[in-house]
Write a protein that binds this ligand. Structure first.
Ligand code: ADP
Length: 594
């Protein structure tokens, strides 16, 4: 408190004012007291002079009066004043201290001159006779209008000053006592005045530091109390506001942080104000490190920088598509840069939203390819059927044998068309997001063995030898027996299609490590590694002509893949060209502890 500048100022002003007041009042009082003292001394001298006048009137006219002189001497000794009787012509007749003969003519003494004209004269001057500064009071003595002379009483100023000095001392003492009382009182008052301000300053300071919990314990209805109350309310509303702002800010940051889209906000100078995780991921940057840096430093992608510049320059949204290539990936990103404006509509920066549309674009490509492939696949049998039919209609003379052959070709093509459509429908059903599978607890042995039975060649028939290997214990899986049957059938059909008649095919069933495995191995033509990556795609066939000839649609394996996925399983292939292939369908066992 004592170090507070305000306190020092207040106290200094207070001390100054008190001292000034004491000085002024003291001076005035001292002056008044001195004046009064002088007046009363003057009065006293006048009274003494009047007394002497009465005493001395008979002595006028004589050049000197020894008896008067003695009486004056006695009187002056007792009252402490010097008394003088002067004749009208200025000759001193008697004096209480000096011998009249030794005294020069007093006619021109100032107090005598004034008394001559006004009857009463005073003067304060140096006395040649006494050799000290004196105060004189002279009265004229008249009789019947005729001036007889003067009487004079005087006191040395030293005596008067002694009196006034003691009065001054009393006034000074009074002032000193007043100052002694007033200064500590002032200290107390200044403290009382400054303390709330010091407390308020401390609270305001802590608000600046971000602490809004400090409150003032100052009551009172005066201005200081009201100010303290207002400050408390201010702290409260500031805390509420800051809390609301920080809640909003956190919400915003959480929303921005969890957005898949990348968001970058820059100020008018292109300095990054915010970059969310999505944007950092796309730009392969560290969001924290980018804050406060120029966008040019943050990304080398010109399109982003140009879009920001344009959005700010033209004040409109700028859209575009970018290709962002990192070591790991190529991404297609849709970009929208918009100008950022504050509440007054002034441009304060720009915000860029980056939307990774790679998956969408890939999907679009896949869909386009699929539609093209499908149209192509459907077109071939349809064209064949149309041409065969047109030939049949146009050629009236066609022999019945040829006609029969044409008709059976039409039947083959329509069968093919039907199987394509059936496969497509199966695929569409499996691909649809809410693919409905009739899931139940099934023994995979029953499902597999039942489904492949119609495909197993009779002993009389030509074809690869098929061996089925299944364990004694049931293999329980949760699944759709229809779908699982179809998957197995597709695998076995392929094995039979791509394996020469003298080859061998094994259908093996087993459970291992909590999984059920359906393995279809053949000794057929095998699949090259690069094709192995693609055979599960729709319509992908290694040898189109051969597949078609064998009645394949190119959809079989992709149906298997979707069935496996729908059962949370996988399908894989191992193969070497000319050395057969092994397809493995792996599904979770129902009894496995999840
Ligand atoms: P497809 O109807 O043509 O058989 P799939 O989707 O069932 O269609 O198979 C895709 C391609 O994978 C086939 O065209 C074939 O080239 C190859 N393929 C599938 N199974 C085998 C196999 N067991 N041996 C060799 N190639 C196979």
């Amino acid at each position: 408190m004592l170090r507070s500048r305000f306190f020092l100022k207040v106290y200094a002003v207070y001390v100054g004012l008190i001292l000034l007041a004491i000085a002024v009042v003291g001076a005035l009082v001292a002056q008044k007291v001195e004046q009064r003292a002088q007046e009363s001394i003057q009065q006293y001298l006048a009274d003494q002079a009047a007394l002497v006048r009465e005493l001395s009137s008979p002595a006028f006219g004589r050049s000197s009066s020894p008896s008067l002189h003695d009486r004056l001497r006695a009187l002056g000794g007792s009252i402490g004043a010097r008394l003088t009787v002067i004749r009208a012509d200025g000759v001193v007749i008697a004096d209480s201290q000096e011998s009249p003969s030794a005294m020069d003519n007093h006619a021109r003494r100032p107090e005598v001159l004034v008394a001559l004209s006004e009857g009463y004269g005073t003067a304060t001057r140096f006395s040649e006779t006494v050799g000290a500064t004196m105060m004189y009071v002279a009265l004229s003595v008249r009789e019947g209008g005729q001036l007889l002379g003067y009487v004079r009483a005087s006191l040395p100023l030293a005596a008067i000053e002694k009196q006034t000095d003691s009065l001054r001392a009393i006034v000074g003492l009074g002032g000193g006592v007043a100052a002694l009382v007033a200064l500590p009182l002032g200290l107390f008052l200044a403290r009382r005045l400054v303390r709330p301000l010091t407390l308020m300053t401390a609270v305001a300071e802590s608000m600046v530091q971000g602490n809004y919990d400090e409150r003032l314990d100052i009551t009172g209805k005066d201005e200081v109390g009201q100010l303290a109350h207002t400050l408390n309310r201010m702290a409260e509303s500031a805390r509420d506001r800051v809390e609301a702002i920080s809640t909003d800010r956190n919400k915003l940051l959480t929303i921005l942080g969890s957005m898949v889209e990348g968001v970058i906000a820059v100020d008018r100078d292109g300095i990054v104000l915010h970059m969310n995780a999505g944007a950092a991921r796309l730009l392969a940057a560290e969001a924290e490190e980018c804050l406060g840096k120029g966008i040019r430093e943050v990304t080398r992608v010109h399109d982003i920088r140009d879009a920001i510049d344009k959005a700010m320059r033209e004040g409109t949204e700028v859209q575009g598509e970018l290709r962002l290539a990192t070591l790991q990936s190529h991404r297609v990103v849709e970009m929208r840069a918009s100008p950022l404006r504050n509440g007054e509509g002034t441009l304060v920066g720009a915000v860029v939203v980056l939307d990774d549309v790679s998956a969408l674009r890939r999907l679009e490509t896949v869909r386009r390819d699929f539609v093209m492939n499908m149209s192509h696949e459907l077109k071939t049998p349809i064209t064949a059927i149309r041409m065969l039919a047109e030939t049949l209609i146009g050629d009236k003379k066609m022999g019945s044998k040829t006609r029969k052959r044409f008709l059976s070709k039409i039947r083959d093509q329509s069968t093919r068309l039907s199987s394509i459509v059936t496969d497509l429908l199966a695929l569409a059903r499996l691909e649809s997001e809410n693919a409905v599978l009739d899931t139940e607890l099934v023994d995979l042995r029953d499902v597999v063995l039942t489904s492949i039975r119609p495909l197993l060649p009779d002993t009389a028939e030509e074809g690869p030898t098929v061996t089925t290997v299944a364990p004694d214990a049931p293999i329980s899986v949760l699944g759709d027996d229809e779908a699982l049957g179809q998957a197995t059938r597709n695998l076995l059909e392929n094995a039979l299609k791509y394996t020469p008649n003298d080859g061998r095919v094994w259908v093996r069933l087993r459970s291992e490590e909590g999984r059920a495995v359906v393995e279809v191995e053949d000794t057929g033509i095998g699949i090259a590694p690069r094709d192995q990556l693609r055979i599960f795609e729709r319509f992908y066939r290694v040898d189109k002509a051969r597949s078609r000839e064998l009645g394949g649609t190119g959809l079989g394996l992709s149906i298997v893949k979707h069935i496996a996925l729908a059962h949370e399983g996988t399908v894989t292939v191992e193969s070497r060209v000319g050395d057969g292939a092994t397809f493995r369908l792996v599904l979770p066992l129902a009894s496995s502890p999840a």
